[in-house]
Design a protein around this ligand. Sequence first.
Ligand code: IPD
Ligand code: CA
Ligand code: CA
Ligand code: CA
Length: 264
Amino acid sequence: MSLQRIDEFAKSIIFEAGKRIRNAFSYNLVIETKSNANDLVTNIDRETELFFIEKIKTFDPTHKILGEEGMGEKVESLDGIVWIIDPIDGTMNFVKQHRHFMISIGIFINGIGKLGYIFDVMREDLFYAVAGEGAWYNDSPLRKLQPVSIEESVIGINASWVAPNRHIHHEKVIELIRKVRGTRSYGSAAMEIAFVVSGKLDAYVSMRLSPWDIAGGTIIAKEVGAIATNLHGEDFDFLNQDTFIIANPSIHKELLDKYIVPYR
Ligand code: IPD
Ligand code: CA
Ligand code: CA
Ligand code: CA
């Protein structure tokens, strides 16, 4: 089956899922907590993941699906065609703000990212990429990122990393925050990644993300020249949680060498 056929199908189910999520605001959300009181999940997160699984399995039962809510089969390798799906990235924003949440999907073939999608459900804005062919924001091609200095950068980072913590040297983060033009925190990793690949942010950093938070975004990143790694500068492990940075290529190394320095 051609990549183009899979791409057309992926877009069609993303738009359909988006419509279902927007309609869901007219009836009650059932909100539950997962690992802690701030880790929310709703019936719509689960229903959306199930929707994707049913559609994809009907399209081609050999495709495998790794989703945040665990509604699909257990995926232990990236052999074959694997969809890595976050049905709603930014569940807290979904519940509290009714906006600023994304559908995030990466499609891998034998471990190589081929198609990436980040869909802003309320704005109906799609960021996507086809490996080797380019990236787009709706109908407009996304340009290669232009060089930027640390002093000119706007960085997506969570405020908690300026307080003493067990992950990174917080005093270096304070130094970074004094130096850059500004910082932002949007509450959806996929949204922050979409902003980096489209030049609206120059970097985004997180101490712990899962494959579904970044799968779509890293595929788009490659097409515009953004660099995505863990905080040790290594490739992210798509089957486990890891630290994460995505940045304009002109500042990625400097950020890791001087400012976002993990312990160990
Ligand atoms: C979360 C969001 C958030 C990030 C968390 C993720 P979810 O995803 O991307 O911005 O800081 O680490 O878990 O749970 O809303 O899909
Ligand atoms: Ca979640
Ligand atoms: Ca997520
Ligand atoms: Ca989610």
